[in-house]
Design a protein around this ligand. Structure first.
Ligand code: NAG
Ligand code: NAG
Ligand code: NAG
Length: 342
């Protein structure tokens, strides 16, 4: 008995360690990527980075799959969501493949993501479409979620007795959106969103997913910047958002970030920089905080202003959005549709 017990416990320990290692949110949108609020390069030093351009970035392909088929985004609305909020987010996702929007467009932004290929040379899909949606209005796993319980929320959505979300491990992305009254482990302090894939042991399948939270009540100055400013920046002025909902519009850029990374690195073994696969730097990580030409350091870069004085950098279907740029591995810098030299 004894040997087999201890062998079991060794296996168990190994399994637990693997699990702990694996649930670290290795792929996140981090608040204040370039800035330490106490550091001396805080205010006007935009010179250290120019649109993320760097000869030191070695983004590499690690032979894993990327999303080359039509991408379907299945959304889980966790907690209380207003119709108007859902419309803004659906409007953004629908805009990704809408080639009719006026330049600079969300579809133009996605063109940089399409430059990435798998080992057969197939490009990331042009098509990103909304899939089915699930409402989790009554907080099935409570108002305080951990990284593990996030997977349980997804399990509930794909195994629900009525209208479960379809299982689509090849081209489906599962987007869990939490309302402003839901606490999520490390939200605000370390992350505004992250992506990973589910474990068969919890969900029954390996599904690429992302979580993004509405920061409106908890930390808009962190996760909805520049539509809100953090308390530690007295004198900074928040910019007006184009769709009238600061928390949700802060989410748009984080959702964009996560979808771009899910497409190019869905199982975290495809496109990333850095030697350590447990801490990959992905195509949107490299351009956090950059929204226009000249961006870098603490400067967002040149953005656009609409006739109401709201700030944006790209057009979608009947709406404007502010979305961070992503890394272009062909030219080795961050690019976006509103670049002045395009
Ligand atoms: C900034 O400095 C203050 C005062 O020294 C300290 O309380 C705070 O934790 C620091 N913040 C960071 C992010 O280092
Ligand atoms: C596919 O990727 C290659 C390599 O980055 C690029 O040259 C080509 O333009 C891409 N095709 C599309 C349709 O984006
Ligand atoms: C993929 O999307 C395009 C529209 O962009 C559509 O014409 C095509 O039929 C779709 N293919 C599949 C297999 O669903």
């Amino acid at each position: 008995m004894a040997p087999s017990t201890s062998r079991t416990s060794v296996f168990l320990t190994a399994a637990i360690l693997t699990l702990l290692f694996a649930i670290t949110p290795i792929a996140c949108w981090r608040p204040w990527p370039h800035l330490n609020p106490n550091s001396s390069d805080l205010l006007y030093d935009a010179s250290k980075k120019f649109e993320g351009s760097s000869e030191f970035v070695h983004l590499r392909y690690h032979m894993g799959p990327v999303l080359t088929g039509n991408i379907t985004v299945h959304t889980i609305w966790y907690g209380r969501w207003q119709k108007s909020q859902k419309k803004i987010i659906r409007g953004f996702i629908n805009s990704i493949s809408d080639v009719h929007a006026r330049h600079p467009s969300v579809a133009g932004w996605w063109r940089t993501v399409q430059l990435y290929t798998d080992q057969t040379g197939a490009n990331i899909s042009h098509t990103v479409q909304l899939g089915q949606e699930k409402n989790d209005r009554f907080y099935s796993h409570g108002k305080s979620l951990t990284r593990l319980s996030i997977q349980s929320v997804i399990r509930s959505a794909v195994t629900a007795r009525t209208k479960p979300l379809p299982i689509n491990p090849r081209n489906g992305l599962y987007l869990l959106l939490t309302s402003d009254d839901v606490y999520v482990q490390d939200f605000c302090g370390q992350v505004c969103g992250f992506h990973y894939f589910t474990f068969p042991s919890i969900v029954g399948y390996t599904l690429p997913y992302a979580w993004v939270g509405n920061s409106a009540k908890q930390c808009p100055g962190v996760c909805a910047y520049p539509f809100a400013v953090p308390d530690f920046r007295p004198g900074w002025k928040a910019l007006k958002s184009p769709n009238g909902d600061v928390g949700v519009e802060g989410m748009i850029s984080v959702i964009a970030h996560e979808i771009a990374e899910l497409a190019t690195n869905p199982l975290v073994n495809a496109w990333y920089a850095g030697q350590d696969p447990s801490a990959p730097v992905e195509i949107a990580d490299l351009c956090e905080g950059i929204y226009g030409t000249g961006g870098g350091g603490s400067y967002t870069g040149q953005m656009l202003t609409d006739h109401d004085g709201a700030t944006y950098n790209m057009n979608g279907i009947r709406r404007k959005f502010l979305v961070q740029w992503v890394w272009n591995h062909v030219v080795s810098y961050c690019t976006g549709p509103n670049a002045l030299d395009q």
